[in-house]
Design a protein around this ligand. Sequence first.
Ligand SMILES: [Zn+2]
Length: 160
Amino acid sequence: MAILERISRNIDNRYWNPGAEYFPVKNRYTAGVAGQRFFEELKENGKFFGSRCEACSVTYVPARIYCERCFNRLEEKDWLDVGTEGMLFSFTVVHKNKSGEPRETPSIIAAVKIADSLLFHRLGECKEEDLQIGMQVKAKLKPKAERKGGIEDIRFFKPL
Ligand SMILES: [Zn+2]
């Protein structure tokens, strides 16, 4: 079940048949109100949405429903399209897989600063030696037909 799919009948959440072989958990994680909008915009329109707290002059990406600094509620009017470009804040090159075996192709993982937040994702279509902290990078998205409303809808970020 994709992150944007929902249980449509409340009763599906309320009962567990003790004779069933497994507990009927359909979602392991909820994106929340703001996260759902973020992923819907990403899936449907290929846009990144953030939310801005005017009191703190901070823009959060993905969008949030409250400010982490002053706890102000962030309303619909505070949400904005922040574009799909950001600044390479930091990166690391991963040479081993989860079990410790060498990877055939090293993967580059980056912290990309968009507005006042960091998104962590892969870098692609680049080599480590071409990267510089502070350079601009842009998200490369999956084609719309392949997007499912999750972070993997972003294939990777690549230098501009
Ligand atoms: Zn604030």
